[in-house]
Write a protein that binds this ligand. Sequence first.
Ligand code: TRP
Length: 341
Amino acid sequence: MTDTQAAAPKGPRRSLSGIKSTGTPHLGNYLGMIRPAIALQESHEAFYFVADYHALTTERDPVRMRRATHEITATFLACGLDPSHAAFFRQSDVPEVTELTWLLSCVITMGELERAHAFKARKAEGTEGTALHGLFAYPVLMAADIIIYDSHVVPVGKDQVQHVEMARDMAKRFNHIFGDTFVLPEALVREEVMTIPGIDGRKMSKSYDNGIEIFLPKKQLKKRLMQIVTDSTPLEDPKDPDTCNVVSLYKYFATPEQVAEMEAAYRQGGYGYGHAKLALLEALDGHLAPMRDRYEALMADPDTLEDVLRAGAAKARATAREVLGRAREKVGYPRHPFSLA
Ligand code: TRP
């Protein structure tokens, strides 16, 4: 028995991931998390959710919170998530996760949490005193998210690997203190989509405001692509495809032949960044247009989105209650609170 199987009932391997409801998802989310996560629904029991508890550390506008939740749900469905197969739900529909957060808070130290990237950055800035407790405790809630579904694999972008490792450490620590209880999860990162550049060349991120939204209408998509930062090499001159943000993005959506063609045109000269951006627009639009139609139809149909979220929550919550009950017993509480038993 490998340690990943400790205490958990046998069954299909479970894949779990979450995405925060802060703003509209962008191509970095799509390539880094959404697409690989959806691909796993074929081989795994998939549990994916909108991390609306986590979003509350920065999002204080309830209208935007609700809108982002629907946008993310519609995005997953448009990109091929099959709700009859996978569970898609809101984090806040499974409040058991906050209870598990507390149990885990009692096995992880302040010192360990201080080393988490987000808090460490605040310390480096000297502003940790005004950091919210929610930011400090972010990795504990995320660990609870993962652990409460007996998750085996967690498809995430590179920036979340540290958090998944902390989750594994917390599961291990709990198992060590109280006896085998939790599955030990593992991050799954797609090496080929490690760092997707935003329009300014830095990593595409909501916090840099450099993202390209997945389902922008074509006209707006074109406008956004025209904002991608390039150098000022004149049109006639040869250019370096290896350092160009347009080429980097093109590689994710064009065929290898199309990429080779663009690279050759760069090296030859007489091919401008404007040309390259239009080629990128066509490649992106070809890839996204069919999904964009589905997305728009879903966004116009909030009842269907809510039905999916409700069914997902019912499925997720049943598992969460079971795993939390296991943990409650281990620490000496009744398996379920009397009021619910
Ligand atoms: N922290 C993740 C992000 O910012 C979102 C998230 C919350 C998550 N809980 C999770 C991802 C559990 C994977 C597993 O992108």
